[in-house]
Design a protein around this ligand. Sequence first.
Ligand code: PRP
Ligand code: URA
Length: 205
Amino acid sequence: MLKVVDHPLIQSELTCLRDRSCPPHAFRTHVRRIASLMVPAVTENLETEPVPCETPLEVTSGARLVRPIVLAPILRAGIGFFDGFLDLLPEASTAHIGLARNEETLRPEPYYFKTPPELPEADVLVLDPMLATGGSAAEAITRLREAGARNLIFACLVAAPEGVATLEQAHPDVPIFTAALDRCLNGKGYILPGLGDAGDRIFGT
Ligand code: PRP
Ligand code: URA
């Protein structure tokens, strides 16, 4: 399942991000805002259960999430995207997944992996601003599954059709949410029109 979250506020923030003259401090702010604006769509199918609730006037029925939430940013660009999710989901715990894409092979190279104990029973939101070849997202989800994760969702800012196809083939049961579905990859594996290297633009490297 692919859902493009094309709310007007998100599209306007995304246009600022794509602009090559957007400096790192403004870039981080726009990424964080888009992430927060995406939270309602990304979490809309989380399971809830009824709970009794006593208002000052009477007893009524409320709802609570069935499972805890784990946010799983793919380092390092995922950290910038993670902040906006954590703003709205402050009780979530975090799984850190360190992957760096080899610039020649375009394959992800793992360098760090740490998950919280509630991973198996949690709703796990895997976060990365960019879905290009799809190699990093597919690898992250494979490693999370090996660590016991069962309920997974992937969210990104910009996706390429090639990355969507790879991820859907590797993990057909994982829904994909993106703020934009771009045209294609260039010869170096960058998304067109895209926004360039998200990690470099977030951290000013
Ligand atoms: C970027 C991006 C994704 C990956 C996407 O990270 O944040 O993780 O590339 O490319 P793919 O879909 O082809 O795997 P990068 O590996 O450059 O590392 P960084 O976050 O440290 O900049
Ligand atoms: N990673 C990025 O940061 N940008 C791209 O366009 C592709 C991969």
